[in-house]
Design a protein around this ligand. Structure first.
Ligand code: ATP
Length: 366
């Protein structure tokens, strides 16, 4: 079964190194999302797999074939671009056929595949139109169809939804997910949008500065971020990251924040027992806070804090409480948000077993 492997990949543009010693394996049928901020090197990595950018060092394998120096058309891949890259003078049918131009297939097979893709993507009524007569979402479907007709083992997507409005993006996310469930190709998908990553990926590689920061399932990455970068990058509103010092007394292990508030860390699975006084960063996701008396939620911390302000985004609301030098964000019921006045003190609890801890010096997960 083909699997895609990047082995010790190095990429420099002139004197500037953009990817360093990168190893990554993608299993057959996996939906891998390369996720990271602008400029982190994800498109460069995708383009190297596609054969559109050459590799400075290392090799790329598809199955047991070394494709590092192969021509793009000989790699068994199909790619969907952010800009769609449709031929304006060809009809939708012509664009779909063009996906197979280099395959030298019998005419009936070409027509069979075009009809199959058009049905799958529900663009049959559009087959005789030109790209200029299509909406953005329809163009995107044609671009995906043109990749699908190749029956490629590996499908590559470069930010395919970034030119669509929010509603269409949601629709296309579901559509791409459905296609993956039905056809199970190996997918490598580049985006800086964490919602796309969390909703579609079976695995996510979070990148920053040309280095993979964490590779794991969406759940692993959300619940157990490997370092402060991942913790801050994944989640909206972002995870609260607050500096604290380890306090050990008798059997007690706690974190003491700058404002004197404490969090019980007795149940945290430290890889190595923390030293008294060591500097840590405590990560607390906004949605895990609740009222202190909530049933079945044993509290690790209870904070009494003044409200700074609240923010409503339709079905969601976030409360910001003054904490130490900064703010602590927590998700609140939209109805409740309206009742929280600035300056008012509220008592909130953070449950046991939900904190992420990081070494303040290295940023690595403890
Ligand atoms: P974005 O989301 O903005 O596309 P990205 O994570 O995909 O970002 P890349 O496009 O891979 O980032 O770029 C990584 C780095 O390499 C950037 O600093 C970019 O300026 C640089 N870079 C990319 N292509 C070239 C090139 N042809 N020549 C010189 N530098 C380049």
């Amino acid at each position: 079964m083909p699997r895609v492997s990047f082995e010790r990949i190095h990429k420099a543009f002139g004197a500037v190194t953009v990817l360093r010693d990168l190893d990554l394996s993608i299993e057959h049928g996996e939906f891998l999302v390369l996720l990271g901020p602008s400029g982190c090197g994800k498109t460069t990595l995708l383009n190297m797999l596609a054969g559109l950018t050459d590799v400075t060092g290392g090799r790329i394998l598809i199955g047991d074939r070394d494709v590092t120096d192969l021509d793009p058309k000989d790699r068994g891949l199909a790619m969907v671009f952010q800009s769609y890259a449709l031929y304006p003078t060809k009809t939708v049918r012509g664009n779909l056929r063009f996906g197979l131009a280099s395959a030298r297939l019998p005419r009936e097979e070409v027509e069979r595949r075009v009809a199959w893709a058009a049905r799958l993507l529900q663009i049959e009524p559009l087959l005789d139109r030109k790209p200029a007569q299509l909406s953005g979402g329809q163009r995107q479907r044609v671009a995906i169809g043109r990749a699908l007709v190749k029956h490629a083992e590996v499908l590559l997507f470069d930010e395919p939804l970034s030119n669509l409005d929010a509603k269409l993006r949601t629709e296309m996310r579901l559509e791409i997910k459905r296609l993956h469930d039905e056809l199970s190709p190996t997918v490598v998908y580049v985006t800086h949008d964490q919602i796309e990553a969390m909703t579609m990926a079976t695995k996510i590689a979070v990148m920053n500065n040309g280095v993979i920061q964490q590779f794991g399932t969406p759940d692993e990455i959300y619940e157990r971020p490997a370092n402060l970068f991942v913790a801050g990058f994944i989640g909206a509103p972002a995870m609260n990251l607050k500096r604290a010092r380890i306090l050990r007394r008798g059997g007690l292990v706690a974190g003491v924040f700058g404002n004197g508030q404490q969090i019980d860390l007795g149940d945290y699975a430290f890889a190595k027992a923390p030293q008294e006084g060591s500097e840590i960063v405590v990560g607390m996701r906004p949605e895990y806070f609740g009222p202190p008396d909530a049933p079945a939620r044993e509290a690790a911390a209870v904070f009494d804090l003044p409200v700074a302000h609240t923010e409503r985004t339709g079905s969601d609301a976030t409360g910001y409480l003054r904490f130490d030098e900064g703010l602590l964000s927590l998700r609140v019921e939209p109805g409740q948000a309206a009742r929280l006045a600035g300056g008012q003190k509220v008592r909130v609890a953070f449950p046991k077993g939900k904190a992420s801890l990081f070494d303040a010096a290295t940023g690595g997960r403890l």
